[in-house]
Design a protein around this ligand. Structure first.
Ligand SMILES: *Cc1c(COP(=O)(O)O)cnc(C)c1O
Length: 362
């Protein structure tokens, strides 16, 4: 079979080819059950085994401590922007740090339920602000640890004073690196960026944060209710959980430079990002405006210094087998998302194309 093009979409995004092949092979008959996973009862023993294995593998990969619950939800990142304040704010104070489009969206939604205070704002500085004006009596502090559109990533999680819980939206870099759980109260992530198909949303929540939901919180999005029902309060996104589970198994067996699992994928992510940023910085046609200390390993926005070349760039890239490089409409330019499933060869092909295009048009 011919080589598939390289897909740099921001999400829904590239999945490991091995996983797609396995899904195809199991589509009509999962493990001799005579059923597609899509056709199974979520309460039957077959699907329960799929969900349990996925949950166990995910917790193992991320070394999730015992005092955190893992929830398989629906609603996406934007849903969580409401569910988090509904569950955690107690109608009180919420501090947010703005580093780009997604944290701004989260703050806007939280304002419907809580007294939201902007503790720091990166504005157009291209870097994570250093000084944060936090309130000691906030119910939680919200940050987006990887800004998918703007390309800013926290390479270390902040220590929030006064035991105020930290909430992280890690949608676009979850499972690309470890998480320091000692600094986190709740983490959420939509699956469609770095770990599976759209429809599944992961929530990791510390036990002590359960049980404080506002009365108006819908039962299906009350973390305590979902946790008590083992994410089966209502029908979970079964097929998305199945595919994400296969991605977890792929990650567990992933090897790179003598490393295995999450450590291996993290090292490859570091190497891929270094190669791509290096090529952008070395060129006189392309520019990335994020400060090197907080450049994302997953989403690399870049601009052509002559914007008139944009359409030609995208057309030639597509013809060269490099798909979905167009930047988000709110910022323009280009964006290469180089998630876990993007191979080193894919990034090498992109870098070769960047150089070739510059040689012809620069
Ligand atoms: C994509 C994204 C979201 C929104 O996810 P939806 O599933 O579309 O609701 C939220 N936060 C971040 C960081 C994202 O990348």
């Amino acid at each position: 079979m011919s080589q598939r093009p390289y897909n740099f979409a921001a999400g829904p995004a590239v999945l490991p080819e091995d996983v797609l092949r396995q899904v195809a092979a199991e589509m009509l008959d999962w493990h001799g059950s005579g059923m597609s996973v899509m056709e199974m009862s979520h309460r039957g023993k077959e699907f329960i085994s799929i969900a349990d294995t996925a949950q166990r593998d995910l917790r193992e990969l991320l070394r999730v401590p015992d005092n955190f619950r893992t929830l398989f939800m629906q609603g996406g990142g934007l849903g969580e922007n409401a569910f988090v304040p509904l569950n955690l704010s107690r109608g009180g104070k919420v501090d947010v740090v703005l580093t780009g489009s997604w944290s701004r969206k989260s703050a806007g939604e939280a304002r419907r339920y809580a007294d939201v205070h902007v503790a720091a704002d990166a504005a157009d500085s291209g870097r994570i602000p250093e000084h944060w004006d936090l309130r000691p009596d906030a119910a939680y502090v919200h940050v987006c640890t990887n800004e998918t559109i703007d390309g800013l990533e926290f390479h270390e999680l902040p220590v929030v004073p006064n035991d105020v819980p930290l909430v992280i939206d890690c949608s676009s870099h979850v499972l690309s690196r470890p998480i320091d759980w000692s600094r986190v109260g709740l983490a959420f992530a939509g699956a469609q960026k770095n770990l599976g198909p759209a429809g599944l949303t992961l929530v990791f929540v510390r036990d002590d944060l359960l049980g404080h939901a506002l009365d108006i919180c819908p039962a299906a999005f009350n973390y305590e209710t979902v946790a008590k029902a083992d994410s089966m309060f209502n029908t979970p996104p079964t097929f998305a959980i199945y595919v994400a589970g296969l991605v977890f198994q792929w990650l567990k067996r992933f090897e790179y430079q003598g490393l295995k699992g999450l450590a291996a994928i993290e090292q490859r992510n570091i190497d891929k990002a270094k190669l791509l940023y290096g090529a952008i910085d070395a060129s006189s046609l392309y520019v990335n405006r994020v400060h090197p200390s907080c450049r994302s390993r997953m989403n690399v926005p870049f601009f052509l210094k002559d914007e008139r070349l944009n359409d030609g760039f995208l057309a030639e890239a597509k013809a060269a087998g490099l798909l979905q490089l167009k930047g988000h409409k709110s910022v323009g330019g280009m964006r290469a998302s180089i998630y876990n499933a993007m191979s080193m060869e894919g990034v090498q092909a992109l870098v070769a194309f960047l150089k070739d295009f510059e040689a012809r048009h620069g």
